[in-house]
Design a protein around this ligand. Structure first.
Ligand SMILES: NC(=O)c1ccc[n+]([C@@H]2O[C@H](COP(=O)([O-])OP(=O)(O)OC[C@H]3O[C@@H](n4cnc5c(N)ncnc54)[C@H](OP(=O)(O)O)[C@@H]3O)[C@@H](O)[C@H]2O)c1
Length: 206
């Protein structure tokens, strides 16, 4: 039986590696990103994309916009774009995944960040990003509870710096993980190999 996955942000640094790793294991993968025609913060786009699928074994939500902006100069639009791609996107995609997974369960992996972990080091200009990533940590716990009786596992991963275009935007110096290293852990969480783990938020330090 072919396993199927949706990877949001599959055109980006970590997401692209997740797509590669899943395909190497013969999964059938749908990547959703704006450059591939789907904005995960747009409800119509998301519903249309998931409607193409007959079944779903895993959802991996990597999509996220990062726009650095000092908080006093933060505009509502710049705030919304970051919360919407990360948190609203996770809500919309997870809701559609819950529907598709109702018969045989599945696995959802939300990609948060070390910056979304309470107490871990934060960097200036990233308030909306940090809020989105912290929201994903809470959403993971909430969905793990509602997923349990449906056989749906929901876990998060919270990496520190990863060598991708987003890290260049963040301008954070120091050691960084490679996208493929993070992707391998994400794929493990997405697969039944990590069963029955649910509600976990795996911290990955560089
Ligand atoms: N890099 C790091 O240091 C780091 C550390 C911790 C966590 N993370 C997290 O890891 C995930 C992947 O990040 P990355 O470093 O690989 O970043 P990236 O290279 O900038 O990739 C981001 C991806 O998200 C997609 N995306 C953004 N907004 C979207 C939207 N509204 N709808 C659909 N797709 C959207 C982008 O594609 P389009 O532009 O085509 O839409 C792109 O494929 C993110 O959740 C990020 O927060 C990254």
């Amino acid at each position: 039986m072919t396993l199927t996955a949706v990877v949001t942000g599959g055109s980006g640094g970590i997401g692209r590696e997740v797509v590669r790793e899943l395909q190497a294991r013969s999964w059938e993968v749908t990547s959703l990103s704006r450059r591939e025609g789907t904005d995960v913060s747009d409800e119509k786009d998301v519903v249309r994309a998931f409607r193409q699928l007959k079944s779903l074994d895993a959802l991996i939500h990597c999509a996220q916009v990062l726009i650095k902006r000092p908080f006093a100069r933060m505009t509502a639009d710049v705030w919304d774009r970051q919360i919407d791609s990360g948190l609203r996107g996770a809500f919309l995609c997870s809701r559609e995944a819950f529907k598709l997974m109702r018969r045989r369960g599945g696995s959802i992996v939300l990609v948060s960040s070390l910056s979304g972990v309470f107490g871990a080091e934060k960097f200036p200009g990233m308030s909306a990003y940090v809020a989105a990533k912290s929201g994903l940590a809470g959403l993971t716990e909430a969905l793990a509870v509602e997923g349990r009786e449906r056989g749906i596992r929901v876990n998060a991963i919270s990496p520190g710096s990863v060598d991708t275009p987003m890290l260049r935007t963040a301008g954070v110096e120091g050691p960084a993980l490679q996208p493929a290293e993070v992707a391998r852990i994400i794929v493990w969480l997405a697969s039944t190999e990590s069963s029955p783990l649910s509600g976990a938020n795996l911290r990955m330090d560089p």
